[in-house]
Design a protein around this ligand. Structure first.
Ligand SMILES: [Zn+2]
Length: 437
């Protein structure tokens, strides 16, 4: 007999690695926060566990990795819709953030976002926003995994005065959480057009020295590229490459315009692309050429961006959108199959963050970051292909359970480490404050 903390008997297990594999009637054991066994159910009698869960109509898979977002902006969901990126930011979002984005705003917004993400199967999210120290505390308290890209801008906010100030506050935050098992603090220069070249160069140097990822909005719109050509005579990617910012730990968010030589460059240096299809469609920003990037060997992960430009934080929805957008855009129904999209939402996100040895797939020895969905619902019956079903038919509301490092955070759709009523009350209080100016 072997001992485990938790033993889950599942109708199906989708481990993601190897690609497309589905295990029927298997069991997964968790011990000391890690996956200690995955085996046919009839062999699981050799394992005793403190907690045993029978989920015959469910599928277990690695928790989603939401590779790009701004959690606190959930408080601005639906506040200014149907606008292009720059007028949306310049006339609505930035002025409002100058007025309201305090530590309390960030705490309440992050809790709202995390509640939604956990209930949609996300167990690890990337965040870029003011007061990342507050998001760090919230994530730690709730027990969810998080990559905090501390924001760097030239302009002041309630959290920082200028690029140097943002960088020093960010590095202090990184020191505070250097040994955290849940948090990873990385550089988050907002975009090539909001951070001066000297500060970008400094980020490149420090990131190389500390071996830390860089998370940056890049090639989000055609206008960003036109402006860069007019001002610097270069496309943003080439400019950042010259500044030393594009390398194997760089996460390039959006990339809606990528020329052939740029695909080759990204592949050669091993940079990662974070695709945010719904935000790109909603802001009419453009379309990231995902199939071409993947074919060249570029790692492409998936993100929702904020709820203010999406307007939800559901990875099941984002996977479907990514698949449909690629097929529609390429005029090719074979573009971006379900198994590939599922990799983008799990192992590719882990890879972008440098966490692929620990999360992103269900393999013995990895951390037990996993999720169960209830397939025994009319939306997902009958069941021919669990991977297809997960990508094309599963709704976020079918997510029933989740665990991070073996700790249960969601059970029967109930959040175990967040008071949902309280979170919703505070979110509504903010809406009233914002509307009253
Ligand atoms: Zn963004």
């Amino acid at each position: 007999m072997t001992q485990a903390d938790t033993l889950i008997h599942a109708g199906h297990i989708i481990p993601v690695v190897p690609r497309g594999e589905v295990l029927e009637n298997h069991s997964l054991a968790i011990a000391d926060g890690r996956i200690s066994a995955i085996l046919p159910r009839e062999q699981a009698q050799t394992i005793t566990a403190a907690e045993v869960l029978d989920l015959p109509g469910h599928a277990l898979f690695p928790g989603f990795v939401n590779s790009h977002g701004h959690a606190a902006m959930s408080l601005l969901r639906g506040y200014a819709d149907d606008l292009a990126l720059m007028p949306w930011l310049e006339e609505h979002i930035w002025p409002l953030e100058m007025q309201h984005a305090s530590a309390e705003f960030v705490r309440d917004g992050a809790e709202l976002a995390i509640a939604e993400m956990l209930r949609a199967g996300t167990t690890c999210f990337s965040d870029m926003y003011f007061f990342p120290n507050v998001v760090a505390d919230v994530a730690q308290q709730v027990g969810v995994r998080c990559q905090l890209s501390f924001p760097i801008f030239d302009f002041p906010s309630a959290w920082g005065a200028d690029s140097d100030d943002y960088i020093s506050k960010g590095l202090a935050l990184r020191d505070d959480h250097k040994h955290s098992e849940l948090l990873q603090v990385v550089f988050g220069p907002h975009a090539p057009y909001t951070v001066n070249p000297a500060a970008l160069g400094k980020v490149a140097m420090l990131a190389a020295e500390l071996d830390l990822p860089i998370h940056i909005h890049l090639h989000e719109t055609a206008r960003e590229i036109e402006d860069s050509l007019a001002e610097h005579g270069q496309r943003p990617l080439a400019r950042l490459y010259e500044l030393g910012l594009i390398g194997p730990r760089t996460q390039c968010v959006h990339m809606t315009s990528v020329e052939e030589d740029e695909i080759a460059l990204l592949a050669e240096v091993g940079a990662h692309v974070i695709h945010c299809p719904e935000s790109n469609m909603k802001l009419a920003s453009g379309r990231c050429p995902v199939p071409a990037l993947l074919a060249a060997g570029v790692n492409v992960a998936l993100g929702t961006d904020s709820a203010a430009s999406n307007n939800d934080l559901s990875l099941p929805g984002e996977m479907r959108s990514a698949a449909l957008l690629a097929k529609h855009g390429e005029g090719d129904a074979t573009a971006l199959p379900a198994a590939t999209v599922l990799e983008m939402a799990t192992i590719n996100g882990a890879r972008a963050m440098g966490l692929q040895e620990d999360i992103g797939s269900l393999e013995v020895g990895k951390l037990a970051d996993l999720v169960a969905v209830d397939f025994a619902q009319p939306e997902t019956q009958p069941l021919y292909n669990p991977v297809s079903q997960l990508v094309y038919a599963t709704d976020a509301e079918q997510v029933t359970h989740s665990w991070v490092a073996g700790k249960a955070l969601l059970a029967e759709r109930r959040l175990l480490s967040l008071d949902l009523d309280d979170v919703l009350t505070r979110a509504n209080r903010w809406a009233k404050t914002i509307v009253s100016g």
